[in-house]
Design a protein around this ligand. Structure first.
Ligand SMILES: [Zn+2]
Ligand SMILES: [Zn+2]
Length: 350
């Protein structure tokens, strides 16, 4: 049994264990939502709510999550968590396994700078990756049609390539890999010119629009992108959001379920065409869900454990993805970002 955790961390731990136990998504989401609410309260307001017994007046906190918060706040392990830990003790991966897995990663293939919707300059992202011990970081800002995320036109991307080349001279042997998180358009084509896609080191292709399309349409769209010779990584494949999140200019995105598609067909194509399936480590994504991760493994896919960082500190989130890879039993040699930069580039150029 672990030591007592602060309330939000205890709620996240509960959500994590519920998910591993394949509990229904809404139950898992309830604990993640409550954790986000606690994060937003601040310590004094949390104290006051607990004292005045008004926690459950807050949207997103119910009797179960409220009780767990009160117990964690009192320095105890919440009963709900204690029961889960006991029931799933044999499933909990050893922290050592996850740490070893993480240590095998040499870089990150999905990150954003302030050129699109990230918060920091390229240099700060690169220096943070360097400080984490990475050998490389792929800079994958958004593509033109994603205007809400300030996607890069071909001209801006060309300019970015020059900036990266200059920075690389300075930071060598560390290397910023040129890249893009390219929208998969509704017809399955990629949202950037052929010429630029061919020049980039890493192309992550992701669906960001029309996420509720029917399964046949979504499958055809994803297959076209996975089979595209420029695509190296299929980004956050289901598009799910587990908790609400803040976006630029105060926009707020609500949680959303997974997109529906023929996962066997899509992962089968990933395996056949050498497109890695991303294990997205963002806490609100954790995409693919474990059952799909297990399916992709079974179908012979390779993986990229990425942070999708939009700020330097988020580059530290790879542990989330490693935890899931360890749990499902992904062999470390199936993870493309355990390779050296030279080996990785030989692979993306194939
Ligand atoms: Zn994305
Ligand atoms: Zn992204």
């Amino acid at each position: 049994m672990s030591d007592p955790l602060p309330p939000a961390a205890a709620l996240r731990r509960i959500a994590f264990l519920l998910e591993r136990a394949r509990e229904p998504t809404h139950r898992v989401a309830a604990f993640r939502t409550a954790a986000a609410v606690v994060d937003g309260l601040g310590p004094e307001e949390l104290d006051r709510r607990i004292r005045t017994r008004t926690l459950t007046d807050l949207r997103g906190i119910g009797p179960k999550t409220g009780a767990a918060i009160v117990q964690a706040h009192a320095g105890e392990v919440p009963e709900y968590l204690a029961r889960l830990e006991e029931a799933h003790a044999e499933l909990v991966p050893l922290a050592d396994d996850v740490a070893g897995y993480r240590a095998a990663l040499r870089g990150d293939l999905h990150a954003h700078s302030d050129w699109s919707d990230g918060g920091s300059p390229i240099r700060e992202m690169a220096e943070a990756a360097l400080a984490l011990g990475h050998d490389y970081l792929a800079l994958t800002d958004h593509s033109p049609r994603l205007t809400v995320a300030n996607g890069l036109s071909p001209e801006r991307l060309e300019r970015q390539l020059d900036v990266v080349a200059e920075l690389n001279e300075e930071l060598a042997p560390f290397r910023v890999l040129t890249g893009i998180e390219c929208d998969i358009l509704v017809d399955g084509s990629l949202d950037q010119t052929e010429e630029l896609l061919a020049r980039l080191d890493v192309v992550v292709a992701s669906v960001h629009s029309d996420l509720r399309a029917d399964s046949a349409a979504m499958t055809a769209r994803m297959l076209a992108a996975v089979e595209n010779p420029h695509t190296d990584v299929l980004g956050h494949c289901t598009g799910r959001l587990l908790v609400p999140r803040e976006q630029r200019e105060g926009r707020r995105q609500r949680p959303r379920p997974e997109s529906t598609f023929d996962a066997e067909a899509v992962f089968g194509a990933c395996a056949a065409h050498g497109t890695a399936v991303e294990i997205n480590s963002r806490p609100e994504r954790l995409d693919p869900p474990l059952r799909l991760l297990a399916l992709a493994l079974e179908l012979g896919c390779e993986f990229a454990i990425d942070t999708d960082a939009h700020a330097p500190g988020q580059l530290d989130w790879q542990g989330n993805g490693c935890e899931r890879a360890v749990e499902v039993g992904v062999p470390v040699d199936r993870v493309v970002n355990t390779r050296t930069a030279a080996d990785l580039l030989a692979w993306t150029r194939m």
